[in-house]
Design a protein. Structure first.
Length: 215
């Protein structure tokens, strides 16, 4: 093969230069409302590599078991995972009572069951919110993912879990979720079990309600 032909063949089979490829937006101006659930493991960074691997496997089992028990299908969730937890975006038509009533109860049960044979026990922080969001190149965009992340990472929720060494799970919901669903009183929801907190992060305020009764 001549050098010219070889160069032509190489050019035809070479991978495209990313700089030459067009920029595309995954979805154009589409805004939908979703429930968001974020979970985080307390003390994850203090674990050894082997312990981190095991606790991830255990957390996966807990979340799968809880969702199934609550009648929720995790296969339909958009999940953004991290080393010590995940943020899940549920389908737009999800029943709010399954999220606010059935899921926390099932999660607490699954966590307690696993911790019976586990030392040290897994302790979880859980945050819930609902609101509008849109698709982005690096995940969901909008205020809803930001709100649930700020609630989950708040010092108030961390302190709530640390205050009781026996407690395995601490739950916080956004103030809007509290107003829209908790205050209905449906399915045994007790508004008096949620106490208000005002979380400040990154120069913004994020009001929420921490559930006193989740153990």
């Amino acid at each position: 093969m001549s050098s010219t032909a070889a160069n032509t063949a190489a050019t035809e089979t070479a991978a495209p230069n990313p700089a030459d490829m067009p920029f595309t937006v995954p979805v154009t101006d589409r805004l939908t409302y979703h429930f968001l659930i974020a979970v985080d493991i307390e003390g994850y960074s203090k674990l050894s590599t082997a312990q981190q691997k095991q606790v991830q496997q255990d957390l996966h089992q807990i979340l799968e078991t809880a969702a199934a028990a609550a009648g929720l299908d995790r296969r339909t969730w958009l999940r953004q995972v991290g080393g010590d937890g995940e943020m899940a975006i549920l389908p737009p038509d999800t029943d709010g009572l399954l999220v606010l009533v059935s899921y926390p109860r099932a999660l607490a049960t699954a966590l307690a069951e696993l911790n019976r044979e586990r030392r040290p026990p897994i302790r979880l922080r859980v945050a819930m919110h609902h609101g509008p969001l849109s698709d982005g190149l690096f995940g969901a965009v909008g205020q809803a993912p930001i709100v649930v992340a700020r609630l989950l990472d708040s010092q108030e929720l961390r302190d709530e879990l640390r205050a009781d060494p026996v407690r395995e799970m601490a739950l916080i919901v956004s103030s809007s979720l509290y107003s829209d669903i908790v205050e209905t009183g449906f399915e045994g929801l007790a508004p008096e079990e949620f106490h208000p907190v005002e979380i400040t992060a990154k120069g913004a305020s994020f009001p929420g309600r921490i559930h006193r009764g989740t153990r």
